[in-house]
Every structure is written in structure tokens, then in C-alpha cells.
Design a protein around this ligand. Structure first.
Ligand code: 1GP
Length: 250
């Protein structure tokens, strides 16, 4: 089964899916492996691996180690065209459609497309949208783009619809890793009601309740990363995954 089909199956059967993001620049390899095992045991549906910079080398080795540790799909969430590995199950093939930087709209994609074809890596075509979170994020700095204002759902709706009309399979509403405020529930609801493709939501989610509210607003997939970089929080993974899987759009 392709990862795309698997994700749609999760959505059909569980209502929504839960992804854990592992950032190679912020976690040691041993911790990444531990967390991957724990994620699978706690009902996480897929593991995302990626970083806005990627200072640490050995990306292939890292993906291999995560693959060996867990059976759930490992999906690359790339900060740039440098983050590609044949050992992953798929890659979010992102275009930063909230911004107007041609390098992140199409340049990085042109550089990476032949490599992705060569290694036959599955791509999940995704319109990536930065939403203002109240402070300057790494993604904004690295991409030199402005995020969509958090009180402008109409801009988010139009941008997400453009992604759909361009044939993209997913939109990702991103407040930025470690964001002070997650993407507003009202914006998620309005975007979900306006487009037909699944909506992924991440950035700044630190409570199961925040994850639940975003599924109730119609998000298909929830991503958390930062919160689980603290070892003391690992025991809450199950609570997050239960919150995502038991919530229903309302
Ligand atoms: C960031 O959406 C992801 O790209 C996850 O964000 O690290 O804040 O959970 P956090």
C-alpha cells in the first residue's frame, strides 16, 4: 500500500491521524530511536523526520535507524532539497504557497525532483502554508517569506483552494515549530469547509486538548514535535494520540 493510501485509510477508519515530528538537529540519534519505538506503541500513525536547517549530517543513517525501530511509515518533512533519503517511505513534496519566494515555491523542487525520481521515493504533494504565530519562526527566517496573518482566514482559504486547484493532495497549516500559538481553530474550520483535500495542522500544539479541538475543526492530521523533545513529556504521547483518534469534526 502506498503511504498516500495508508493516510487516507487512517482518516477513513480513525477520523484523523497523528504524526510525530523528529528533528535531527534537536534530538540525539539514540533519543530519536527511543521516541520512534514509543511513538508506535502509543498509537502514532506516522513519523515525520526533518529540520528547518539540518546541521547534523548522516540523514540516511538516521532514517534507516528510525525505519528499523518502528513499522509505521517514516515520511520526510524537508526543510530543503538536501533532506532526501531512499530509506524513507515517502516525502512531503512541499511548495511554500503562503510565501512569494520562488526558490521555495519551485526552485528547491526542481533541484530535488530528479533525485526523488532516481530513488523512486513516493511524494505527497503538499501546499505548505505558514500562519503567523506571534513570533518570528525559523521557517520564516529560512524562507524569507511572510506568514499569513492569523486573523485573515479568507487569505488562508484562497491559498488552500489554489493548492487544490493546482492538483496538490494536501495542505499543511503551519504555525512553526515551537510556536507560541497554534493555528487558530477558526481558520482551520474555514479552510476545511472550503477545500476538499486533507488538511494537516502543526506548530505549537502542547496539549491533547489543543490537538482535539483542531480535529473537531476538521483537521485530518495533527503534527507535534517540540513538546516531545522533553523526555518528561513522553508519557503523554498516548494521551495525544487518543485525543486525535477519538475526536470527531463538529
Ligand atoms: C513544525 O508543525 C511542526 O514544523 C510541529 O511543531 O514542534 O511546535 O510541535 P512543534
Amino acid at each position: 500500500m502506498t503511504v498516500h493510501d495508508y493516510l487516507h485509510k487512517i482518516k477513513r477508519e480513525k477520523g484523523a491521524g497523528y504524526f510525530l515530528l523528529l528533528d535531527p538537529d534537536r534530538l540525539r540519534l539514540a533519543d530519536i530511536v527511543d521516541l520512534a519505538v514509543h511513538a508506535e506503541e502509543s498509537g502514532v500513525d506516522a513519523i515525520l523526520v526533518g529540520s528547518s536547517i539540518l546541521i547534523n549530517s548522516g540523514f540516511d543513517e538516521l532514517i534507516k535507524s528510525v525505519k528499523n525501530a518502528a513499522q509505521i511509515p517514516v515520511i520526510i518533512f524537508p526543510g530543503s532539497a538536501l533532506q532526501i533519503s531512499r530509506y524513507a517511505d515517502a516525502i512531503l513534496f512541499l511548495s511554500l504557497i503562503s510565501g512569494r519566494n520562488p526558490d521555495y515555491l519551485i526552485g528547491q523542487q526542481v533541484r530535488s525532483a530528479p533525485i526523488i525520481k532516481h530513488i523512486a521515493l513516493e511524494t505527497l504533494s503538499t501546499g505548505y502554508m505558514l500562519i503567523n504565530s506571534g513570533h518570528y519562526t525559523s521557517a520564516e527566517y529560512m524562507s524569507t517569506t511572510h506568514p499569513i496573518p492569523r486573523d485573515k482566514p479568507d487569505i488562508a482559504k484562497a491559498t488552500a483552494l489554489a493548492a487544490q486547484l493546482l492538483g496538490m493532495g494536501y495542505v499543511y497549516l503551519e504555525a512553526g515549530s515551537g510556536a507560541k500559538e497554534p493555528v487558530p481553530v477558526k481558520m482551520i474550520r474555514e479552510v476545511v469547509n472550503y477545500v476538499d483535500i486533507p488538511v494537516i495542522v502543526g506548530g505549537g500544539i502542547r496539549k491533547p486538548e489543543e490537538a482535539r479541538e483542531r480535529v473537531e475543526a476538521g483537521a485530518s492530521f495533527i503534527v507535534t514535535g517540540n513538546f516531545f523533545e522533553e523526555k518528561g513529556n513522553h508519557h503523554l504521547l498516548r494521551e495525544f494520540s487518543d485525543a486525535v483518534h477519538s475526536a470527531r469534526p463538529s
